[in-house]
Design a protein. Structure first.
Length: 307
């Protein structure tokens, strides 16, 4: 059994803009197989290789979207029985990368390679994944979170500083009901059912599900995401821009929000019905439902290695 196999997306933003990325990854983990995947066909082939070789750890070098596509492909090739995963980062919106440990991709991979070579214990955390229309991921959203991610991509920046600047812009625009806030807070006509309970029919500006506590930028607003194995947290924003801006610091620090500003729950199945088309995102990748109906369930439970 091989020690580490690396699935790397050359099209991920950081990898695309740094010519030496592949060389540095190979240097960080000598002897590890590096499988470059530029599209769905190459990713499916890499997943079949992983299934045949059964490495001890699969390291994913790419952004949040790369993680989604890779976990989905591995789940299909391995019948949901994935090896431990190490998230290295490398994209424009790397909010999942902190789950792999501190430092940049090479630092994480180097520590992982040294731990495996020395026979040391790996730090592993079990996490559920979400399943939406055959795709696996860790965070799902509609409404405001989709528009926020779109704004990040439209700005052309990358990394945590870009996300922080946009978050601060949204915060101050919300306090004054500015044009950016009005765009983010377009109300939705959305019906929500979590497990067997239908949520009250109140205006919802955005909804997000997560099976991990982290949201990137060192923030952990999903304080109940890992409360129950085999379940995920759902947050529904019902407050307008100014009220939610005043609530945001509490939420980002993992403290409970006021019930008149945010609906929340923990469950195994979420059913949404809204106006078609309904835009949605999964770990940074944006999609659209032509029917306006979506079901969020549970995907395979995975082990995440923190190097």
């Amino acid at each position: 059994m091989a020690g580490i196999a690396i699935i790397a997306n050359p099209n991920a933003r950081r990898n695309r803009e740094w010519p030496l990325w592949a060389q540095q990854l190979r240097k960080a983990a000598p002897g590890a197989a590096l499988l470059e995947t530029r599209g769905p066909q190459e990713l499916a082939e890499a997943a079949r290789t992983i299934a045949a070789q059964k490495p001890r750890v699969v390291a994913i070098a790419g952004g949040d979207g790369t993680v989604t596509h890779t976990v989905t492909a591995l789940a299909a090739a391995m019948d949901g029985q994935l090896p431990p995963l190490a998230l290295l980062g490398g994209g424009a919106y790397d909010s999942l990368a902190p789950l792999g440990g501190p430092g940049d991709a090479e630092d994480r991979l180097r520590r992982l390679s040294e731990a495996i070579a020395s026979g040391g214990e790996l730090r592993v955390e079990e996490r559920d994944t979400l399943s939406v229309e055959g795709r696996c991921g860790f965070r799902f959203g509609v409404g405001l979170p989709v528009r926020f991610v779109e704004a990040i991509y439209k700005g052309g920046g990358a990394g945590p500083w870009t996300s922080w600047r946009l978050l601060l812009r949204a915060f101050f625009s919300s306090l004054g009901a500015g044009p950016f806030a009005r765009k983010l807070y377009a109300p939705m006509d959305l019906r929500v059912r979590l497990d067997d309970e239908e949520w009250p029919r109140v205006p919802i500006y955005g909804l997000v599900c997560s099976s991990v506590a982290e949201a990137g930028l060192g923030l952990k607003p999903f304080r109940r995401a890992t409360e129950q194995p085999g379940a995920f947290q759902v947050l529904g924003l019902t407050a307008g821009p100014r009220k939610f801006a005043l609530e945001l610091p509490r939420l980002l620090l993992g403290r409970p929000a006021r019930r008149d500003r945010l609906l929340e729950g923990v469950g195994e199945k979420l059913e949404l019905s809204g106006r078609a088309p309904l835009g949605w995102f999964l770990d940074g990748e944006i999609y659209s439902s032509s029917s306006g109906r979506l079901t969020v369930g549970l995907g395979p439970r995975v082990s995440l290695v923190r190097a």
